[in-house]
Design a protein. Structure first.
Length: 560
């Protein structure tokens, strides 16, 4: 008989930061290593990661991290956990391996940081003994090709984990599933089903075919056959983007894909002959002028999505420039917590004075499980216990109502908050234990910060102001081409102060170029170190000149 417990570090009262541990007789299996991305209202906080202290203190018992849906929200915390638990095995599928490798390769290209992640690709439907559990990976239908779930088979039954999913398998071979196979093998001995809440309570039927976008994209692209169509989409929406590429091929429209992680994953699919669109013509950004009717696909991770589009709209992007004849398609469903960012972006789109603007209608659903999808899965697997995850508490409550309508005992559905640990012994639920967790904040410098210092940073902005430092640097010489300093809430802009500021800006520019020259000559140039230097010098000089030590926020753009 086994002693099993399940603990959530994130994703149990929120839609982001999914990270869970499954403890089977002392062996620990981490499921997802997620991250949260606050909106711009969270001043001083760039990212939030779960409290990894419990994982770090139990690192010798960890058998691996399991990631089935390679969405940045599911794996973004690896960057920080890997520092404390190096070389930990990360089990995923072939596409997951490609996406995670490409993300970290591209995300840290400019500061020469490398991550030697120990990624292992599991074989589908091939049981593997990992610690005390026999682990089997199986296909699920989701928004990312080859998405997978995991079975952790124990002496007391199977623990089955499924992230975002839909039931229908007619989405194509890239999005097929093994639900029936798993149900036939484990359906009578599923101790617990841990499943992403998806659209439960929001959509009553099956999700498919309401995910289909082919007709929607076809109509827009046909209508604007002689002008460019720009389509923006989160980079995890592979099913949606690949549908768009199919439409472009059928309409003989050249396509420019702007987004490295997605592009290299797409190339991986083609190179491995797992995906092919007849007649698809891919061009790069430098060829856009030669193709006035191109379809430009802007794809970015949620981390960079809005800043990328802001640059395009403000004319700051080096490769994509808006034209008055352009037509823009915002191809995302509204995400919880990003309503304000989305509204601001769409408002700025209208200010850009382009031809036509479209937003994907609410009738087109994201590729996540609706009520009937969940019912199908429960009926197929017949779990003894169910733990819904990856949702707000109201989503988890909706899940419990759904199962209640199916006649399932309410005590069999376990609703948890972050930090709650449920225990099973001899195949039975034995109660909960609470672990106090403190989310970890990542500040504007990309460093771990605690809650107190983040609040202090925001208070500092309120009391002493902030100086925004924008530097345009020649990527070859590493010298500043153009600079801009914008002190907000620091001083009154009298004529005397303006003269002092102008002289100070010239001195700072000279100082920074001297520092950069020395770093280049010594071959020790590092972007993060330079940002720290700028922050320190600017803050010190403002204190010297105006008796205020403001917060300094630095943006560096490299001009090629």
């Amino acid at each position: 008989m086994s002693k099993i417990d399940f603990l959530g570090f994130g994703g149990l009262d929120e839609k982001q930061s999914p990270c869970y541990s499954l403890n089977i007789d002392g062996d620990i299996y981490i499921i997802n290593c997620g991250i949260s991305l606050p909106t711009s209202a969270s001043l001083g906080i760039k990212k939030i990661i779960p409290d990894f202290s419990w994982i770090i203190s139990n690192k010798n018992s960890i058998k691996g991290i399991f990631i089935g849906n390679a969405n940045y929200i599911n794996f973004g915390g690896l960057q920080y956990l890997e520092k404390f638990v190096p070389n930990i095995p990360i089990y995923t599928n072939d596409i997951g391996s490609c996406i995670i490798h490409n993300y970290f390769k591209n995300a840290f290209y400019n500061n020469n940081t490398t991550f030697n992640l120990n990624i292992k690709v599991l074989d589908l439907l091939k049981p593997l003994q990992i610690g005390k559990a026999i682990v089997t990976m199986f296909k699920t239908s989701s928004y990312i090709p080859h998405s997978t779930g995991f079975v952790f088979d124990t002496k007391d039954g199977a623990i089955i984990y499924i992230d975002d999913f839909v039931v229908n398998s007619t989405l194509g071979s890239l999005f097929s599933n093994n639900y029936i196979k798993i149900a036939s093998t484990y359906g009578n001995r599923c101790l617990a089903l841990i499943v992403g809440a998806g659209l439960v309570g929001e959509s009553s039927g099956f999700t498919y075919p309401n995910t289909q976008t082919i007709n929607y994209f076809t109509e827009i692209i046909q209508e604007h056959k002689d002008s460019r169509v720009i389509v923006s989409c989160y980079d995890f929406e592979y099913f949606r983007i690949l549908s768009l590429l199919g439409v472009c091929a059928s309409q003989d429209r050249p396509v420019c894909i702007s987004g490295k992680t997605f592009f290299y994953t797409f190339k991986h699919l083609q190179d491995n002959k797992t995906f092919f669109i007849k007649g698809l013509k891919i061009i790069n950004e430098s060829q856009l002028e030669q193709h006035p009717n191109a379809v430009v696909v802007l794809v970015e991770s949620l981390e960079k999505y809005f800043s990328k589009l802001d640059k395009v709209l403000n004319g700051e992007d080096q490769k994509i420039h808006l034209l008055p004849t352009d037509n823009f398609v915002y191809a995302n469903n509204t995400l919880f917590g990003y309503e304000k960012s989305e509204a601001s972006l769409i408002d700025n789109l209208h200010r850009a004075h382009i031809n036509e603007i479209y937003k994907i209608p609410k009738s087109i659903l994201p590729t996540k499980a609706s009520n009937e999808d969940h019912k199908f899965l429960i009926n197929a697997l017949k779990p003894k216990y169910i733990i819904p995850v990856s949702g707000l508490h109201l989503n988890l409550e909706s899940y419990k109502k759904l199962t209640s309508s199916m006649g399932i005992n309410k005590n069999s559905v376990l609703l948890l908050d972050n930090g709650e640990q449920v225990k099973f012994e001899n195949g039975n639920y034995t109660g909960k234990k609470y672990l106090k967790l403190s989310p970890q904040f990542i500040n504007s410098l990309g460093s771990l910060d605690n809650e107190a210092s983040s609040i202090f940073e925001r208070d500092q902005m309120k009391e002493t102001g902030v100086v925004l430092v924008n530097l345009l640097i020649d990527n070859f010489t590493k010298q500043i081409i153009k600079y801009n300093f914008d002190p907000v809430g620091v001083i009154n802009f009298t004529d005397i102060n303006k003269d002092i500021l102008n002289k100070l800006y010239e001195e700072l520019n000279t100082n920074f170029n001297t520092y950069l020259k020395g770093q280049v000559e010594a071959k020790t140039f590092d972007v993060k170190e330079f940002k720290l230097y700028v922050r320190k010098v600017v803050s010190k000089q403002f204190e010297k000149k105006f008796d205020k030590r403001p917060l300094v926020i630095t943006t560096i753009i490299f001009f090629k």
